[in-house]
Ligand binder design. Sequence first.
Ligand code: SAM
Length: 262
Amino acid sequence: MNFVVLTIFPEMFNPFWEHGIIRRAIDRNKIRVSAIDIRDFAEGKHRVTDDRPYGGGCGMVMKPEPLGAAIREATQKAPLSKKILLTPQGRRFDSSVAHELSSSEGLIFICGRYEGVDERICLDFIDDEISIGDYVLTGGELAAMVIIDAVTRLIPGILGGRESAEKDSFSGGILEYAQYTRPRSFEGHDVPEILLSGDHKKIENWRLETSLIRTFLKRPDLFENRALSKQEIEILKKWCVDIERIIHNQSLYGPGALSGGQ
Ligand code: SAM
């Protein structure tokens, strides 16, 4: 996959390309990356890329000519790439958008600054507009990094095992199970016994159960558009029975009844 970023701050990307999984993906030729300076396409001695807004008002707007020329050049070099304008007004980036983008030949990101880009750029030069959330950043560079990072880890062969991305939060529509590593006991908290049992079936069931519990507690909205499997329905039904039993015992015998009042 080819990632091209158009920005007035290309040097921001140097440390990003140089670390972790992104670095490994570049070294293994799984991704190609470049950050192109929009100023290289600006006219005049001062290579100006912004100007005052028509109609007045505060701030500056990114001029269309250098941006248009930069996008054209990037498209010529990577003709099958999707051109994405980063903007808080775009469709919201999430796991499903990351999966969708991971099957692209390449992605060209246009990073705005100041008050954003001249509207005419959106008409003929852009395939998609993406936002990384309902807040306003000072520029599109961090948004480009977020998207490149999330998309790269979905490209087959990038992570240690294909497993890792498949079990991650959101991949199956719910949050990932609780994770533990050594030591076995930490500040009074022990690793759940079942994870030490070596019984893979029981561990898998326990993990599914913790995934469901934490999704229910932290992100119940995720259940709204997701079909539950038969096994998941059984787990949820079991909780309902347990919860009803607690409520029933409390209303009959009061708190502490379940533990014999101790
Ligand atoms: N005036 C614009 C508005 O209200 O829609 C915001 C401009 S913002 C200060 C400057 C640039 O940061 C934008 O052009 C865009 O490239 C980037 N940016 C800001 N917030 C973003 C977000 N949530 N997602 C993606 N890009 C964002």
